[in-house]
Design a protein around this ligand. Structure first.
Ligand SMILES: Nc1ncnc2c1ncn2[C@@H]1O[C@H](COP(=O)(O)OP(=O)(O)OP(=O)(O)O)[C@@H](O)[C@H]1O
Length: 496
């Protein structure tokens, strides 16, 4: 029997159709993937299933019964649990407090009893967690387990996970996959949104592919190849291979000597780091999240002061920060405004202190075309864009103006296969032009494919700098875990 069935769901934002006549059905106990390009309508559809939005047309059925949710509370009451991409936990509260938040009606709260209940629940589903810990002190993977426990505590039977692996380290991804398999085996139904085709192939039983708001395929994953799914998503042939040409490095563009940086809590985040980066070269930085990458990138781009050591860098730097919502974008501004954040005082955007509307508009139009930013117009506010399209706005701004140094931190996080491929080839073209690139990513395969040399960062230190042509996954993987082996599950020194 189908647990969830959608019939002809349509959702419009003004004249824009985000979900167009969507029908699909998921059987009880199955793991179902939703695939689609950035802006294809995946999150909108999930928001409808979880009661946050109401469809303009169409009907939702749970176990063949028609249901209508007036709010997310209504959906939760019917056993639908949404695990968001950006966690909705209160960092200052403990795991237990976060889980029971909003569910307790009684005045007399027995926290110890609740803690025991939550321990039992976490053991039943093998969701390792200490219920008395403060959420702020947990690594990202553990915070996600709290989110999952929170919906299980509310007796969710259908769990929706929106790009759950985007923020996880490889060991955390492995553990999440095991958890999801177990939840499905226990009779829960799961919807899994991801841009990573290998994860979808490995984990999911069935898949729906969306393109521009419409269903283009409903199929069993076993009956499809990653290549076919990618092509269904983007509607054309895609080349999943990178074509990297040989470039001989030029003059030194960035030189870092004995750099020490402390984080916001005054803890040393970058320790005695030294390296040089030349024009036309990509230095990859591999490492588990939270090992000083962000502080290093912020120091090089002048966003964070250094404690000691020296950075000599060119002035013209493009920075793609990790957290686009906090430092990459002004969410209340339009696409056009965000695209000129760095250059609004300059010609042609400003003349005698007057903003030049036409020039700003034309610039936005061509950037949107070049970077394939999908929106109805350049005056759309960035907070109305899908996650992937927000990332493209940052890329478009930072790569315009031929920067000599590009610091790219997780530049493809949240991007679909087509956009990821476009970013990779764009960065390789920038390298060919002579830009020096610092490519920081927790995705080992991506670092290996893009880089000329690879530095491995662990607890703020560069443990080694290897030649990408000869380095092996095993070698780098071992260094990422501290180089001494047996620490494969390390989740980093902090949870930034
Ligand atoms: N509140 C809103 N107002 C106007 N347009 C919106 C709103 N929410 C979403 N959209 C538009 O609907 C489309 C679908 O967005 P949605 O977030 O569902 O995409 P997605 O498939 O989840 O993309 P991504 O992979 O980038 O997260 C996008 O073009 C987006 O700009």
């Amino acid at each position: 029997m189908s647990y969830l069935r959608l019939e002809k769901i349509t959702k419009r934002f003004g004249s824009f159709i985000a979900n167009d006549n969507i029908s699909l059905s998921i059987e009880t106990g199955k793991i179902h993937a939703i695939l689609g390009e950035n802006g294809a309508g995946k999150t909108t559809l999930m928001n409808i299933i979880s009661g946050l939005y109401q469809p303009d047309e169409g009907q939702i059925y749970l176990e063949d019964k028609a249901v209508n949710f007036a709010s997310s509370k209504g959906a939760i009451n019917q056993g639908i649990g949404m695990i968001h991409q950006h966690f909705m936990l209160v960092p200052q509260l403990t795991v237990t407090e976060n889980i029971i938040l909003g569910t307790e009606k009684s005045w007399r709260l027995n926290l110890r009893q609740k803690q025991q209940e939550i321990t039992a629940l976490s053991q039943a589903y093998k969701l390792e967690i200490d219920p008395s810990m403060r959420v702020a002190d947990l690594p990202v993977g553990a915070q996600q387990r709290v989110e999952i426990l929170k919906v299980l505590y509310r007796q969710a039977k259908l769990l929706i996970l929106d790009e759950p692996t985007a923020v996880l380290t490889p060991p955390e991804v492995k553990s999440l996959i095991a958890i999801l398999r177990q939840l499905a085996a226990a009779g829960n139904t799961i919807i899994f949104i991801s841009h990573k085709l290998d994860e979808v192939m490995n984990l999911c039983d069935t898949v729906t592919v969306l393109r521009r708001g419409k269903v283009v395929a409903n199929t069993n994953t076993k009956e499809a190849t990653p290549q076919q799914l990618a092509e269904l998503m983007v509607g054309r042939e895609v080349d999943l291979q990178l074509n990297k040409s040989a470039v001989s490095p030029g003059k030194v563009v960035l030189s870092v000597q004995n750099l020490q940086v402390v984080d916001e809590r005054n803890i040393t985040a970058v320790r005695d780091v030294s390296f040089q980066l030349r024009a036309g070269e990509i230095l990859g930085i591999a490492g588990v999240d939270g090992n000083g990458q962000r502080e290093l990138a912020d120091a090089i781009t002048n966003l964070q002061s250094v404690k000691s050591g020296k950075i000599d860098a060119v002035k013209n730097i493009g920075y793609i920060p990790e957290d686009r919502q906090k430092i990459g974008l002004v969410l209340q501004f339009s696409i056009a405004q965000n695209l000129i954040l760095k250059a609004f005082k300059k010609l042609p955007f400003s003349r005698r202190f007057l903003l030049q509307k036409e020039a700003i508009k034309n610039h936005a139009k061509s950037a949107m075309q070049e970077f394939d930013i999908r929106a109805t117009g350049e005056d759309v506010k960035v907070n109305q864009l899908s996650g992937g399209n927000q990332q493209k706005v940052v890329l478009a701004r930072e790569l315009t103006g031929e920067p000599l140094l590009i610091v790219a931190m997780q530049p493809t996080r949240g991007l679909d296969v087509g956009a990821t491929q476009a970013v990779h080839s764009r960065l390789l073209a920038e390298r060919k032009r002579g830009a020096a690139i610092l490519y920081i990513s927790t995705e080992l395969e991506e670092v290996m494919a893009m880089s000329d040399r690879i530095a491995v960062i662990y607890r703020g230190e560069f443990l080694d700098i290897l030649d990408a042509a000869t380095a092996t996954v095993e070698e780098i993987g071992l260094l990422m875990a501290g180089g001494r082996g047996g620490q494969g599950g390390d989740e980093g020194s902090n949870n930034s």
